[in-house]
Each structure stands twice: as structure tokens, then as C-alpha cells.
Design a protein around this ligand. Sequence first.
Ligand code: NDP
Length: 484
Amino acid sequence: MKFQPRASHFIDGEYIEDTNGAAIEVIYPATGEVIARLHSATPAIVEQALNSAKNAQAAWAALSGTERGRILRRASDIMRERNYDLSVLETHDTGKPIQETTVADATSGADALEYFGGLAASLTGEHIPLGGGDFVYTIREALGVCVGIGAWNYPTQIACWKGAPALACGNTMVFKPSETTPLSALKVAEILVEAGAPKGVYNVIQGYGDVGASLVTDPRVAKVSLTGSVPTGRKVYAAAADGMKHVTMELGGKSPMIVFDDADIENAVSGAILGNFYSSGQVCSNGTRVFVQKGIKEAFLKRLSERLDHAKIGDPMDEDVSFGPMVSENQMNIALGYIEKGKAEGARLVYGGERIERDGYFVQPTVFADVTDNMTIAREEIFGPVMSVLDFETEEEVMARANDTEFGLAAGVFTNDLTRAHRIVAGFEAGTCYINTYNLAPVEAPFGGSKMSGVGRENSKLAINHFSEMKTVYVSMNDVEAPY
Ligand code: NDP
């Protein structure tokens, strides 16, 4: 098998196998063919990975930030050099078109390694004068062993978004990819070692949810960073709380995108396409509730349908293809189930709405109009290519409806009225907002959710605070005064 890795796990700088673990079959979503066979981590593998990360941590943290940063930046360069091969692997792991994976996966991972590699040397505490000669200084310290648990939609990116800031701060990591897409995190581990990362600094073990759960509760683990759904986030957060561990939770969403009558309609349609159909709709921050003001509703729907006719659906390895399969049969069935609910609950099907008759797990890009706030497709995260278009009349009305959700990951507005754009964004209950664009996530900017969509932020300088803690050192230059 062309994509079969040397072994299932990467621990202490080496590939390791334990065939006693439950079988994991890796399936190419475009054909349904098995492209690799792996094994879930046994308790012995979990033990080895955690020991390796624990043993490596003090020496890694003792390196200068410059040295750690150099290794991360070298890894970034290697990832960029191998972008095409890594993208082919990512396309086979996830089914996403090569047109996407060559620009949004290994490249995004490389950005994170480069950015946090660049920051590593400047991660310091501060000096705080207190008067009378006394002062405090703070020492920024690593947390220790961090666990990363990934979702299946952006496996390389998630492995790097968690690994790069963790390692920059002097932590070590045990990363567990989703068992649906286990291949590319192994490549990230390999590349880090090739770039000079000492053994044990970044380990990858495979497994189902039970493996993730055993990592989260282990007393050697100081922090857990999860990308996943809200139900999993709730469980992992609760388990981490028991051990008073640090957490970052990047969870799901049902984000609103508001299009006012005065918006540039072509840009709004582009934003809605990016925010609903990129990666076949399997993006956490997608703006799946598209509120369109009544005056441009029909024009918006007409232009959207015309543009969707130009989506090239097919073999994701074909560079012209812009719309691929869903990640798995299971995820396809979930999306098809929601499409049936949309039809049954009275939404107007404007585009698509069916499985595509070919091998693999393809679902047509689907648009429902006349969706109302209480319909299932407007309330629940679908994580598939299903857009709901809702009507609105006034700014006050749409603001309240946009925020009427338990989620708070992202939100966007399209309008040419500058003050209204900022007013709307100020009112959004969401961690990541967009004005006249949608779904960008550059490493320089904080990314994460409010409300049920998450805790903490990834990327940007803020991520450093989530992977390190401050030690406060009070220094007296005077005699100690005591009351008796
Ligand atoms: P899941 O929540 O099903 O799984 C996420 C990860 O957690 C997987 O590796 C899973 O393993 C693991 N896991 C499951 N149960 C436990 C447990 N009890 N303890 C520890 N780990 C566990 O999410 P999906 O993989 O289905 O990904 C889709 C979800 O991810 C969507 O809701 C999406 O919105 C969200 N997401 C959020 C992003 C963000 O940045 N906010 C980005 C991308 C996706 P296994 O797969 O083996 O069950």
C-alpha cells in the first residue's frame, strides 16, 4: 500500500508498532479504497509515549529559545520543500482536493512552525519595580507534557498549530490524530526529528477516543489541547478539570454570516462559498447560517447557483477539481441525514441536495433558502456542504438572531456601510469575526471560539500564554519587617 507508514506510532524519535492494538483502516474517501492499515495504541504504547515526552521535557526546556526556534524553523523549511508530497498524502487521508491541500495544509503547518520558531527566542518574563528598591521578576516557564488531540478535517495543520507553540515554549507533546486521518501527523513528527528535535519532544500515537481519554487523565500531563466537537470537548474539559490541567478547546460552530442589501454581491457570494463549501463544508468556522437582507435575497440566490455550477466536482487528485468527497461514509451519511431533515421541515431546496452517484463519499453542494431559526439545519452543526439561507429585514433583528445559538466560534458581515460593519462586529458573540471576507485563519491572528465553541485561543502571540505559565519571584532589597 502506497501510503502505509513504517509503523503506527512515532515515539522517542522512532516508528513503533504494537499489533495488539485495535485495527485502524485508512480509507481514501474518493474511492473507498483502503490505503493504509494501522493499530490503535495499547496501554503499553501510551505509557511509552508519555514516558518519552516526560523524559525529554527538562532538557528541551533548558535549551535557549534561539535553539528551539531554529529547529522549528528548519522543520518549517522542510515542510515547504515537501509541500507537494505532503499534500498528496493529505488528499488521500482526507479526500480534500489537491488544489486545497497544496495551499492550506502543510503550508499552514509550516507557517505555524515558522511563526512560533521566530517567537521562541523572545519568550521572557518581565521586571516589575515595587519602590524602595524591591522588585519582582517573572519567569516564563513551560507547562511540561502537553497532549494534543486532533479532528480529521485539517490533520497536518492541527498537528502543527498545537505542536509549534507547545514546543516553542519548552513543552513536549504527545499528539493523537483522529483515527479517520492518522497519516500526516506521523510526517510532522518525522520532519521535526530530521530538523533536529531531540527524541521524545514530539510523539504521535494513534487511537480511538479511549486513547485520547487515557492521555487526558494521566497525571504526567499538564495540558490538553483539543480540536473536536462540542460533546467531546465537554468530556475532555471535565476530565482535565479533575487533574486541574490547562486546556485549549477548539470546538464546533454554527456561525452566522450576514449579508446586507448594500453589500458587494459578488464578494458576498464568494464569502458564502468559501464559508460553506471549502473542504466540502468540513470547516469548524463555516458561516452556515447565511442571513440575507430581503432586498437582495433572490439576486444572491441566483448568483450563488450560477457560481456553484462552476464547482468542478471529481477526483481530488485532479488539479482542476475544486470540490471533493466528504471525509468518510459516516460523515456523508450525517450530512445526507441533515439534508433530508431540511426538506422534511419545509426549507426550500435551491441547489444540490443529493449524494453524487460515483465511487466515494460525495455529496452535492447544497443550498436551502427560506430557512427559519428553529429548523434543525439552522441550529445544529452539520459539518458538510449544506448552506442555510435565512431572510431578515432590520439590523436589530438580525443581530439578535445571529447570536441566538449556543455556539460562538465565528461570524461575518458583508456590507459597504463602514460604521454598520463595526457595530455589527462589536455585537457578535463570537471569537473570530470577519468584515467583507470569510474563513481566513492566518497564524499571526488569534483563532478560537466563545460560548460553547471553545476555551483559549490558538495561533498568534496569545497561544504562548496557553502553553506557558509565569513564576513570580519577589526580591527584597531591604530588611524584613515583621509585626512581632
Ligand atoms: P470529535 O469530537 O469526534 O473528535 C475529536 C478528537 O477527539 C478525535 O481525535 C477523537 O478520537 C478524540 N476523542 C473522542 N472522544 C474522546 C474522549 N472522550 N477523550 C479524548 N479524546 C477523545 O470530532 P471530529 O474528529 O468528528 O471533528 C469534527 C469536529 O471538530 C466538529 O465539531 C468541528 O467543528 C470541530 N473542529 C473544530 C475546529 C476549531 O478549531 N474550532 C477545527 C476543526 C474541527 P476519535 O476520532 O478516534 O474518536
